[in-house]
Write a protein that binds this ligand. Structure first.
Ligand code: FAD
Length: 388
């Protein structure tokens, strides 16, 4: 067992660190408070080889590993937290599922612009009545000659106000086996994108309405029976979500550590008070433990899809560590930490959302329990008052 990065990984980390410091750090504050997707960053990252890290070279990606993309998220976030979303969008998000399953014609149509940072893809999975119970989704795909007709509504999709293309989970028939996914371009007739709403993080999302929206039949990504494959792809997204939570927690930790090392109250630097020392020791315990779980999940997954158990452990640990550490970092920095002149409060708000998004901490714990007890726990238990 080796807990060190390889020489290649160290060199990659250093190159990303230098790039992020030189190109992204100066505008980090401005970017964090702008809800729009930073296409300028995406284009710079594309030139730097930081988009499509996990996508095969044959598809125009970098052919790297999940671990490489985790490293990139960490290094970018230490200079510009918001820009870590761009690494996510180019390596972990729906783009990864798309690159895995799309036909050569679909890839040719969409992947070039996505990997150049000119466009971004959004995932439409959640619906007003299907959140954690994702398989309750109602958005329907009905064949009609050479096309499919889509009807339904999606909510909370990240990057939806800016995305040019959407990977949409849809129902081709009843039950889990009836679920698949389709690709919908923003300008498709019958596809309406609502006015943006804001999350606590400042990010925006729009309701997506499909009203007899006709897509060509070759825009079906995965037909009926595709749900399992989509969820395997979604485990990759969870690694990216966990990586950002951990990186943002680390960013807040480092800022707060530097602050208490020099800030003097009662004639002494704050770090000389044991109450603060223990706070930082607890924060380090959380970050280091979560980091090991994340690295294990990412490294074991190599270039395939990661294990659901390891991913659930990693995401839950990183989501909790990221938020709890950023929350304590705000406290340790006093009013300065609470001020939007630093990015520590921003990191706290972002980390809070990841405890809900992409498999909430509770849903992940349900999944972890299934491995612990080696059985499946059906969440759709019969109601107590159900008829015999
Ligand atoms: C920042 C952010 C970004 C997002 N991005 C996207 C996106 O890009 N695309 C997309 O499709 N969706 C996205 N979502 C939506 C996200 O996937 C859902 O919020 C999530 O699945 C939870 O669904 P819900 O919000 O409807 O909560 P609900 O499912 O209503 O759950 C409410 C609470 O009950 C708990 N709960 C529910 N069921 C159980 C259970 N069986 N056992 C224990 N606890 C349970 C949940 O953990 C949660 O705390 C995003 C959400 C956020 C916050």
């Amino acid at each position: 067992m080796n807990f060190e990065f390889t020489e290649e990984q160290k060199l990659f980390a250093e190159a990303v660190r230098k790039f992020a410091h030189a190109e992204l750090e100066a505008d980090a504050l401005k970017r964090a408070h702008n809800p729009r997707f930073p296409f300028d960053v995406a284009q710079r990252m594309s030139r730097q080889g930081l988009l499509g890290i996990t996508i095969p070279e044959a598809d125009g990606g970098q052919g790297g590993s999940l671990m490489d993309a985790v490293i990139a998220i960490y290094e970018v976030a230490q200079s510009c937290p918001r820009s870590a979303d761009v690494v996510q969008s180019g390596s972990f998000g729906p783009i990864r599922t798309f690159a895995e399953y799309a036909s050569p014609a679909l890839k040719a149509k969409y992947l070039v612009d996505l990997l150049a940072g000119r466009t971004v893809m959004s995932l439409g999975m959640s619906e007003p009545d299907a959140g954690s119970a994702a398989t309750d989704l109602k958005t329907a795909a009905r064949p009609d000659g050479t096309h499919y007709v889509i009807n339904g509504t999606k909510v909370f999709s990240t990057f939806s106000p800016d995305a040019a293309v959407f990977l949409v989970y849809a129902r081709f028939g009843p039950g889990v086996g009836g679920i698949g996914s389709v690709i919908v371009a923003r300008d498709t007739p019958g596809f309406h994108i609502g006015a943006p709403s804001s999350f606590m993080s400042g990010e925006e999302w729009s309701e997506l309405h499909f009203d007899n929206c006709r897509i060509p039949a070759d825009h079906v990504l995965l037909g009926p029976g595709g749900f399992k494959k989509q969820i395997s792809g979604f485990n990759v997204e969870r690694i990216g979500n966990a990586a950002r939570a951990l990186a943002f927690g680390r960013y807040a930790f480092n800022k707060a550590r530097d602050h208490v090392a020099t800030r003097v109250q009662f004639g002494r630097p704050l770090c000389e008070f044991q109450g603060l020392q223990w706070k930082f020791a607890d924060m380090a315990l959380k970050l280091e433990g979560a980091q090991l779980l994340l690295y294990r999940a990412a490294a074991n997954a190599d270039r395939g899809f990661p294990s659901a158990y390891e991913t659930s452990l990693a995401k839950a640990a990183c989501n909790l560590a990221g938020f709890e550490v950023a929350h304590e970092a705000v406290q340790a920095m006093g009013a300065l930490g609470y001020s939007s002149d630093t990015l520590v409060e921003y990191c706290m708000r972002r980390c809070r959302g990841w405890m809900i998004a992409g498999g909430s901490v509770e849903i992940l714990k349900n999944r972890i329990a299934e491995d612990i007890f080696n059985r499946r726990f059906d969440q759709r238990g019969r109601r107590a008052d159900a008829a015999e």
